[in-house]
Ligand binder design. Structure first.
Ligand code: ZN
Length: 497
């Protein structure tokens, strides 16, 4: 074994230990931490983040990376680990201490301003902070460097190598095809999903969600589920990957499909190779690929007729008072109801992408100087009217609904749509390569699908880029036409188009 590479691994694992310790503190903050713990918790997290950053950017580590770049005898994966770490190293070096401190202070103040502005339904209270955030992000783009659009530099943080130009093409397709298709659906009679909003005992929902997670292959010896206001998945290693969910007594959807969604993220993390702990070989490729895993389980599995053919009986028996009279067909249609609405996180599988398209257009416009922050409420209304055909009533249900900008996350939203589009392209391939996949799903067996995802995606960590992975698996680049074909087939049948 190469001794420089061993030194590299040891150092990376020390940094990973600090990062995962911080993740555990964050998980606790979102789930069980008593309220008064917040002040010092913030300090503890900042200390750990500072320590891991310092360890990562030392000159000594830089020299080690430099040596390893020309070292003979490294395997393909080892070479990739060095190459990707070098990229991260150079990026981290670009941030001055002054910039990091300014960013931390601004996002912390902005988050409070956003919470208050949303509670008071008043965009003007958030606008001054958003203006500073946009300036900060422009500064960050300049510091990181970009070829065409400053927005490229921000996208690259969440979806390496993705460009604004590529997204322009992708969303032009969405605009040209999906908007019209949803209009056609809107002209058909509305589907009834009122049975989803009866009274559902929360503990029973919880028990059902635990069962769903077990059935999909989520390993409870290497994870757990808890409640949190905003569902998320986090990991402290591939052997401790936790999910959270939220539930309501009068809405069956958030808990069940939330668990499936986060479960999909978690299966990805649990499927990373343990011997690559702390190295790019056990990290996710990108947010888009991460989201492809959650969307596959939430929508392609969890909103399919096949899945519910196997599982609906159990749900009916759990809630006979609400579901006894609802047939599988009615249930399937109800959980796939398409209806334009104001709130992104509550959107259906199709109109969801209009919410993302709008945020993409606005973020890009802000970064490229086409739009001003003060124009946003008006722009928001115009775009919702034009793509979704609805009149946004106020800022709380409009431009203030998402937390992302207050955190300084610009360039994050597009990865949600990418995830759905990747998911369909991958799932098509899985159906081709696993001949009985659909009939297995109808029997309640998704184990071959999981094995396939493990083999094709999970075990590689970050070794291949999203584009390389997509090409390896499907033989071509990401192509929106597969999502559109899927949408037309599924929803033409549901809506009798
Ligand atoms: Zn997700």
């Amino acid at each position: 074994m190469n001794s420089n590479y061993e030194k590299f691994k040891t150092h990376m694992r020390k940094i990973a230990d600090l990062k995962y310790a911080a993740s555990l503190l964050s998980w606790d903050q979102e789930t069980y931490m008593p309220k008064a713990g917040a002040a010092f918790r913030g300090q503890q997290l900042a200390t750990l983040a500072g320590l891991s950053h310092e360890l990562f950017i030392t000159d000594e580590f830089g020299e080690l990376l430099h040596k390893l770049e020309t070292e003979e005898g490294l395997s393909f994966v080892e070479r990739k680990n060095v190459e990707l770490t070098k990229k991260d190293f150079l990026r981290s070096k670009k941030y001055s201490e002054a910039f990091v401190i300014k960013a931390a202070q601004l996002t912390s103040a902005s988050f409070n301003a956003w919470s208050n502005a949303r509670a008071e339904n008043n965009f003007k209270k958030f606008a001054p902070y958003l203006k500073q955030l946009v300036e900060l992000k422009k500064e960050e783009a300049t510091l990181l460097g970009y070829k065409e659009s400053p927005y490229d530099a921000l996208l690259d943080q969440f979806e390496p190598e993705l460009t604004t130009a590529q997204l322009n093409v992708l969303f032009t397709d969405v605009r040209a095809q999906l908007v019209d298709f949803v209009k056609q659906i809107s002209e058909k009679p509305e589907l009834d999903n009122s049975f989803l909003f009866k009274h559902f005992d929360k503990q029973k929902q919880w028990n059902f969600s635990i069962d769903m997670l077990k059935k999909m292959g989520y390993d409870f010896n290497a994870g757990r589920q808890d409640y949190s206001p905003h569902p998320f998945t986090t990991s402290f290693s591939m052997q401790d990957v936790r999910v959270t969910t939220r539930g309501y007594e009068n809405d069956l959807r958030p808990l069940l499909w939330g668990s499936l969604h986060e479960g999909g993220h978690a299966l990805y993390e649990q499927g990373m190779p343990a011997d690559e702990y702390g190295l790019p070989g056990s990290e996710a490729v990108s947010l888009g690929i991460h989201e492809s895993q959650s969307r596959a389980w939430e929508n392609l599995v969890g909103r399919s007729r096949s899945y519910w053919k196997a599982n609906y009986n159990q749900l009916q028996n759990l809630f006979p008072e609400n579901l006894k009279a609802i047939t599988l067909d009615q249930f399937y249609k109800g959980i796939n109801k398409v209806k334009p609405s104001f709130i992104r996180v509550e959107a259906d599988e199709l109109t969801y992408h209009f919410h993302i398209m709008i945020r993409f257009e606005i973020e890009k416009g802000l970064m490229e100087g086409e739009f001003e922050v003060d124009d946003l409420p008006q722009l928001w209304k115009e775009k919702y009217k034009s793509y979704l055909g609805i009149d946004v009533v106020d800022d709380a249900n409009g431009v203030l609904q998402d937390i992302h900008w207050s955190h300084g996350s610009f360039g994050y939203f597009p990865t949600y749509s990418l995830g759905s589009f990747y998911a369909v392209q991958f799932f098509n391939k899985a159906c081709e390569e696993i001949p009985n996949l659909i009939s297995e799903m109808e029997q309640g067996n998704t184990s071959h699908l999981l094995l396939w995802l493990r083999e094709k995606i999970h075990r590689h960590g970050r070794i291949f880029s999203a584009a390389e992975l997509c090409k390896q698996i499907t033989g071509e680049e990401l192509n929106f036409k597969y999502f559109m074909q899927y949408a037309r087939k599924k929803y033409s049948e549901i809506y009798d188009l």
